[in-house]
Ligand binder design. Structure first.
Ligand code: ATP
Ligand code: ZN
Length: 286
């Protein structure tokens, strides 16, 4: 019987949907995991375990799961023996320090001797030690943002994405302890056959990530502007150039990365490009 690779993903919560979507985008057919502990993919040798995110690093360290998807925040807080193999680009948030909106915060010195409520005592301890601050850390497991309002703490350290929860609780964000996103982690001692499966999965994950970060662009260019327009296009190799039915014009096809996209589109327009079409890419293998 062929060995299967075991992956642990969050059972429900903020990482669940993106984790399942990533596997599906990799062509792995994942049956719905709601209320299930485990499922098997039919078209890839993968067993999927659905767990609380906090437990995933431990399961991966123990080898109950070979690999897992968790936030860096959880990975670093739990400090288990597992490697990060790939950043996955979703579940982005930051672990931030917040104080009362009316507090006169001028720097980390404000925190000296204060009471700080958090679910991330290890990361907070490390941050404070690096800054030479000593404070009282109160570990609480949920609803950290209400701690100052009920007199339990002077500051909090919690995950933030938009900041609206902090705002609603009369708090302001003053420091970032850690920037976090979902990562793929692996057990330290995988066998050769498991590593081979992990490589196959990683190949697909990278193709999906690349595709998400790039767009396929088609445009029409007058031939006398062609050199200038081609020079603006980074592309995978050199762009494809095809003659249009109308004399003196060509169609140019290329790939643009998301982060430079708008800049380059503006320059292309200024250089005389017309009829610019932008198309999402599903997979990208280079
Ligand atoms: P579980 O029941 O699995 O323990 P949880 O309540 O600890 O779930 P979620 O709120 O679902 O966790 O968050 C899971 C992860 O999603 C976080 O650890 C973090 O990496 C990421 N995340 C992204 N944005 C946010 C955010 N705004 N607030 C909290 N977590 C976020
Ligand atoms: Zn959790």
């Amino acid at each position: 019987m062929q060995q299967k690779l075991k992956i642990a993903i969050q059972k429900s919560g903020r990482l669940y949907e993106d984790s399942v979507k990533l596997l599906k985008d990799c062509g792995i057919d994942v049956k719905n995991g709601i209320n299930k502990l485990k499922t098997e993919a039919e078209n890839f040798p993968l067993e999927i375990y659905f767990l609380r995110d906090d437990d995933i690093p431990q399961y991966v360290e123990d080898g109950v799961a070979d690999i897992g998807i968790v936030g860096e925040n959880v990975m670093y807080e739990k400090n288990k023996k597992a490697f990060i193999v790939e950043e996955l680009g979703f579940g982005k948030c930051r672990l931030s320090i917040a104080v009362g909106r009316k507090d006169d915060y001028t720097g980390v010195g404000f925190l000296q001797g204060k009471r700080i409520a958090t679910s991330y005592p290890i990361l907070v301890e490390k941050f404070l030690a690096e800054k030479g601050i000593s404070a009282e850390i109160h570990e609480i497991s949920g609803s950290v943002e209400i701690a100052p309002g009920i007199g339990l703490a002077d500051a909090i350290v919690d995950l933030v994405s938009s900041g609206s929860t902090l705002f609603m609780n009369g708090l302001k964000e003053v420091e970032t302890v850690l920037k976090s996103q979902a990562v793929l982690i692996r057990n330290e001692k995988l066998r050769a056959d498991q590593l081979q499966l992990l490589d196959r999965l990683l190949f697909r994950i990278r193709a999906v990530k690349k595709a998400k970060n790039n767009k396929y662009v088609l445009l029409n260019a007058p031939n006398n502007k062609l050199q200038e327009i081609i020079a603006l296009l980074p592309g995978m190799k050199s762009p494809t150039v095809l003659p249009l039915a109308e004399p003196g014009w060509s169609s140019v096809h290329s790939v643009l990365s998301e982060d430079r996209f708008w800049d380059i589109i503006e320059q292309l327009k200024d250089a005389g490009a017309q009829g610019i079409l932008v198309i999402p890419i599903e997979k990208m293998i280079i």
